[in-house]
Design a binder for this molecule. Sequence first.
Ligand code: NAD
Length: 519
Amino acid sequence: RILQVSSKVNSIWYPLSSVSSSSVSTVKLFIDGKFVESKSDKWIDIHNPATNEVIGRVPETTKAEMDAAIASCKRAFPAWADTSVLSRQQVLLRYQQLIKENLKEIARLITLEQGKTLADAEGDVFRGLQVVEHACSVTSLLLGETMPSITKDMDLYSYRLPLGVCAGIAPFNFPAMIPLWMFPMAMVCGNTFLMKPSERVPGATMLLAKLLQDSGAPDGTLNIIHGQHEAVNCICDHPDIKAISFVGSNQAGEYIFERGSRHGKRVQANMGAKNHGVVMPDANKENTLNQLVGAAFGAAGQRCMALSTVILVGEAKKWLTELVERAKNLRVNAGNQPGADLGPLITPQAKERVCNLIDSGNKEGASILLDGRKIKVKGYENGNFVGPTIISNVKPNMTCYKEEIFGPVLLVLETDTLDEAIKIVNENPYGNGTAIFTTNGATARKYSHLVDVGQVGVNVPIPVPLPMFSFTGSRASFRGDTNFYGKQGIQFYTQLKTITSQWKEEDATLSSPAVAMPT
Ligand code: NAD
């Protein structure tokens, strides 16, 4: 099965082995059930972050192609919305099975384009797969409400109905998981979907589209366009798109939220982060240090839930040396190499930005205890690698603290009390995730209650909720009022219709018009 799909995909977009620079292959559009070559004259190179070789090109979709994709979604909507919920469920049931069967192949594409290790890439697919599995519970998730006999012979009930054409704009860091937060949830509710993957990592989305087609999703229910600003503007402005799901940086997210909302669309935007781990002196030391290192440096820190900042409270300050020792032991290598703990950053520009932020910490008075800027990876000298970096004596007014670094850099702050730590976390503008490490239940409870962050881990460093809950980042990490996946995801992709109906047994025809408000 894997080989079969793999060969199909290779012919759909670009061969994944021995691409010569003279014949770089192209990523197709997916319009009306067909993988088609764009007629664009503007193309963006896709690089392998471990080597910086060009491995393919993705088009900036033309206006005519974008219009065709949206028209396809619009045409497919009435029949798909009218398809029984049980039939839509069957498509998703087949889809989750095909994702499982092709998980390693999707992961291989992710590692090639995004750089993360194969094990981590498999986790990326797996966490998206869980959303698909959850979407299979649509027959329960879509239930409306009923209230019989609200007055004599009168009943009240509601349906959850799809919105129409919905769209998704995804970031580079989770090429499978984040698109899977979007189109399966939207489509199982009866919407059709226009997806714009990140232009840096389109491969996983293309393969996922192929698998969805193989699962029986009718032509036009999912369309895929590529590109950057023009594609995004088209999604924000087009009158036939009813809702936008965005995940990415604050710069893009604020813009899309504002522009999409101005055009009357629902918009949910998950954005940047600065996640703090608070370490109490009573924490299980061994466990905590391992968790901190894994959560700070896994995926080279390119996770919106990476634990990029740690606050050592009281006696826990003494653990700093051991933290550095553990981070030193991590193996930096190309993501497809056995034993790699972390791979490269996505682009040379991302590497330069991370290095500049490390430098700023140095200049502004922090101490670099572990410096990954000069790392060389044998055989991958042109890759965008930065090794694990730990900066201590960080203060909240420093540039490296104020900006999201999005690299393998752990900032260390110190306080004497839990209250001081909570104050720091709450004064940071972001509210994506946080974790407390303690063996004291009362301390954990106090932290969970007082901290103003959407997702809190207690001895859990990356508390991304499972899909029966929702992804609940808050403050500057989220715009909109209904979160991704779980019950909130269903709410986002549906509108309520409420029906008040009266069926009288006896003849009770009104003898005159009832002009007063019924009571
Ligand atoms: P990005 O904002 O650069 O790109 C995201 C999407 O927006 C891409 O599809 C891109 O084409 C488009 N885009 C980029 N710049 C744009 C602009 N100026 N105008 C319009 N569209 C634009 O984000 P990225 O670098 O791909 O991803 C990293 C960011 O995503 C980090 O800030 C990270 O914290 C965030 N992120 C957040 C979550 C979350 O759930 N909160 C999850 C993953 C990533």
